[in-house]
Design a protein around this ligand. Structure first.
Ligand SMILES: [Ca+2]
Length: 353
């Protein structure tokens, strides 16, 4: 009978433990280990090829082997312990490559390697022009900003001051609002299917409201911090302060997939307030003047918009915090940007540098 040498060794070792009947089961549960070695760099650019080889098994006993990355499977040529895996079409980010090898009797050996894929796209560099300035309540610690027709919804943070506001944008008047309990720090908001969803920062809980009345309809949970929120009409799209963006099914309220956001240098973290426009996720990056546009499939950054000097702080008498809040009004094609405690909301146009 053909058998992997390491598998045989595992069974022999198990035999020394004095539990003969459990040998096979234990060996199968703890698969024999393959050493997987990258022969290409472990930090590569999207589009390049991952090369790897494995060892640690009797290769003459192996009937077939495959590598799995991001759920995609690549079969090794018969008898080969080397493979080249194209990365075209793969999302960027940290990946685990799993290699499995089978013998004729179905026994398996397994090993893993880690790799990081960076973006191959040099982002378009943009800046802005201010078209108009409108007042913004300087008491609002803006964490979520989104239009629904003529209505602007704004979610605010800080413990004891967190709320969500439904605002008649033209009249600049609050139609209704809902306060969060004092122990919650409000974060991103988004409107989908007649409901408003709101995140909290570190409480791992989100709230669901009727968008008309702001009466609370329910809650949902997540395992990370909550930062920005938007949606693509099908799923909620959420940032958590890292380079990751999670997609949440609104029926099950479970995370369905996650992307990692990278530029050509590496991961871009602290993605904060979000806006989904024309198939791209826009995110302002915490404590910077940058808004980035992200491909929601690959995680690659396609545009970087430099928002430096948007708010002239020299004339301000009150304290302000960082830029946070992007809202695109679909009905008029207007972009608005503001910040935490800013007295002004800016209608802007993004232009080439
Ligand atoms: Ca937004």
């Amino acid at each position: 009978m053909k058998i992997l040498k390491l598998m045989a060794a595992a069974i022999v070792l198990a035999g020394c433990s004095g539990q003969p009947t459990a040998h096979k089961t234990a060996a199968n549960a703890n698969r024999a280990k393959l050493n997987v070695e990258l022969t290409s760099d472990d930090n590569i650019t999207s589009g390049h090829v991952i090369s790897l080889t494995f060892s640690g098994a009797d290769t003459t006993a192996i009937d077939s082997a495959r590598a799995t990355i991001d759920g995609r499977k690549f079969r090794f040529a018969n008898g080969s312990t080397q493979i080249e895996i194209p990365t075209i079409g793969m999302p960027v980010g940290q990946k685990t490559i799993r290699v499995e090898a089978w013998t004729g009797n179905g026994e398996v050996a397994e090993g893993r390697a880690r790799i990081c894929i960076k973006s191959d796209i040099e982002p378009e560099r943009l800046t802005y022009k201010v078209k108009k300035q409108v007042p913004h309540n300087p008491r609002y610690y803006t964490q979520g900003l989104e239009f629904d027709g003529d209505i602007l919804y704004e979610g605010t943070g800080l413990e004891g001051r967190s709320a969500v506001y439904k605002i008649d944008f033209e009249k600049q008047s609050v139609i209704t609002s809902a306060d969060l309990a004092n122990n919650y720090f409000g974060e991103g908001v988004t409107i989908m299917g007649g409901k408003l969803y709101q995140l909290t920062w570190r409480s791992c809980i989100g709230f669901i409201y009727n968008k008309q009345t702001l009466n609370k309809l329910g809650e949902f949970n997540y395992s990370t911090e909550g930062w920005g929120l938007t949606n693509n009409g099908l799923e909620l799209i959420m940032s958590d302060g890292t380079e990751k963006i999670q997609f949440i099914d609104t029926t099950t309220l479970q995370v369905t997939r996650t992307i990692e956001v990278y530029d050509t240098e590496g991961p871009v973290n602290e993605l904060n307030e979000l806006e989904f426009v024309d198939g791209l996720i826009y995110a302002n990056i915490y404590c910077t003047d940058n808004i980035v546009a992200i491909d929601p499939e690959s995680g690659k950054i396609l545009k970087i918009i430099d928002m430096r000097n948007l708010l002239d702080e020299s004339k301000l008498t009150q304290r302000v915090d960082v830029l946070n809040g992007i809202a695109y009004q679909k009905t008029t094609g207007r972009w608005f940007v503001t910040g935490k405690l800013w007295p002004t909301m800016f209608q802007v146009e993004f232009v080439g540098k």
